[in-house]
Design a protein around this ligand. Structure first.
Ligand code: DMJ
Length: 460
């Protein structure tokens, strides 16, 4: 309220005051987002400490498996660090170093724990240099590495943290091909290429199974490499594979990744990109024929403008972001699945996901256009209005009615609040151009990777 009054007052002062007004309101907006983080984090600590996830309506916690992997704190760490909550980050670091133990007879989802747990621990090590934290990261990676021990090099869907046994022969492209950032950082820190090589082999296994027209499908068999779902798209279930091709190149300068990205994006833009009502969409096509098979998108697909922008295709990136902005504003918040053929909601849920905000943040930092900051301010207001609860923030069961669900996903702490904050934070707080984010928004500083040493440590 205080800042609303301030903004209104400055509007009356007129244009001459604009630059100053902008700076002031940016700072205040950044501070207010830190308060949102504190609101969410305090609720987790109060009602769910030690568990993986907070349920904000029932004010309790739950675990993904039959014991906690401490996922919310590990995921929240890098956001708390960037925001300067040092007492909180020290507490998490202390718990990780002294008490976290991965020696558990549980099957975990190889992809999900890689991006959240390994990704979070590596950022913690980057920030602290604490050898005990690196040891935990190494221990964890060694426990998930048996998943990659397959005929094809593709990882199994599930891996047992204690026994190394695997299960789940069908895996989607995102879950098969999104390890190179975390495994690469671990190879860099340990000077042991085995981690990077496992991730790289999995990406190669996907790329070499592309169709004659250069497209991948969605699901594939780990044991024999045949496609079990030939829908080709850039969205949920394939998304972070494409993200990691380009970001892996930016971070490690491995030419293989760049070649694979260059080949992929040509086919994607040729067959998957489509126009409807003057808007750019990326739909679904058959990987063999390139023929359309579905006119719908999921909210996860909204990461794509960020990658297009990062790779230099600002024209498509900006048009696609406008499309997503349209989808968000139809119901005041974006639905999980949207049918752009019929212009209607297919699945009305919203789980506090970050992607549309992430893309607007990239576009803001890359183009400098205020339009993107304004977009994010709009999304922030929607989230505050519809998802904020007495103690935290919660998912929506239906964006059309505003009916709330009972979950605050860990990526809300890791990603959504981070991208919101970084849009308004000073560039001196965090330099966009010097970092690569993993798909869970854990940032790694490119400057620590010495170009003449990367290939040797990572084995390419
Ligand atoms: C996150 O866990 C990651 O960004 C993942 O790649 C898919 N999307 C969720 C959040 O929506």
């Amino acid at each position: 309220m205080r800042y609303q009054l301030l903004t209104t007052a400055l509007l009356f002062i007129g244009l001459a005051a604009y630059p100053q007004k902008n700076t002031l309101s940016q700072t205040s907006q950044a501070e207010s987002i830190k308060n949102d983080m504190l609101h969410a984090w305090t609720a987790y600590k109060t009602y769910a400490w030690g568990h993986d996830v907070l349920k904000p309506l029932s004010k309790t916690g739950y675990d993904w498996y039959n014991r906690s992997l401490f996922i919310s704190p590990i995921d929240a760490y890098s956001t708390l660090k960037i925001m300067g909550f040092d007492t909180e980050t020290k507490r998490i670091e202390g718990f990780v170093a002294d008490s976290l133990n991965f020696d558990s007879d549980i099957y975990v989802k190889t992809f999900e724990v890689n991006i959240r747990v390994l990704g979070g621990l590596l950022n913690m090590y980057q920030n602290t240099g604490n050898q005990a934290v690196l040891n935990k990261a190494i221990d964890f990676a060694n426990r998930i590495l048996p998943a990659f021990d397959s005929e094809t090099g593709l990882p199994y869907y599930w891996v047992n943290l204690k026994t190394g046994q695997v299960k789940g022969d069908t895996i989607n492209v995102a879950e098969a091909g999104s390890y190179i950032i975390e495994m690469g950082m671990l190879s860099w820190y340990t000077k042991n290429p085995r981690y990077y090589q496992a991730a790289r082999r999995a990406m190669e296994a996907l790329h070499e199974r592309r169709s004659a027209i250069g497209l991948l499908g969605q699901d594939i068999s780990v044991s024999n490499g045949t496609w079990t779902n030939k829908a080709s798209h850039i969205g949920a279930c394939t998304d972070s594979y494409y993200e990691y091709l380009y970001k892996g190149w930016v971070l490690f300068k491995d030419p293989l990744l760049k070649t694979q990205w260059d080949e992929s994006i040509v086919a994607i833009n040729k067959y998957i990109a489509t126009e409807k009502d003057g808007r750019l969409w990326y739909g679904r096509v058959d990987m063999e024929t390139g023929k359309p098979t579905g006119n719908y998108v999921t909210l996860w697909d909204a990461y794509f403008p960020a990658i297009l922008a990062l790779s230099g295709d600002l024209s498509r990136a900006e048009r696609l972001q406008d499309t997503w902005d349209y989808v968000w504003k139809l119901h005041g918040i974006e639905p999980m699945v949207f049918d752009f053929g019929k212009n209607e909601v297919r699945n009305p849920a919203y789980d506090l996901n970050p992607e549309i905000i992430e893309s607007a943040y990239y576009l803001y930092r890359i183009t400098g256009k205020e339009k993107y900051q304004e977009m994010i301010a709009f999304y922030l207001n929607s989230i505050r209005e519809k998802c904020r609860t007495q103690v935290a923030f919660t998912a929506l069961a239906d964006v059309r009615t505003g009916k709330q669900d009972d979950e605050m996903a860990t990526f809300f702490l890791a990603e959504t609040l981070k991208y919101l904050y970084l849009t308004f934070a000073d560039e001196a707080t965090f330099s966009f151009k010097d970092h690569v984010f993993n798909t869970e928004a854990h940032p790694y500083d490119i400057r620590q990777l010495k170009p003449d040493e990367i290939g040797r440590r990572l084995g390419f």
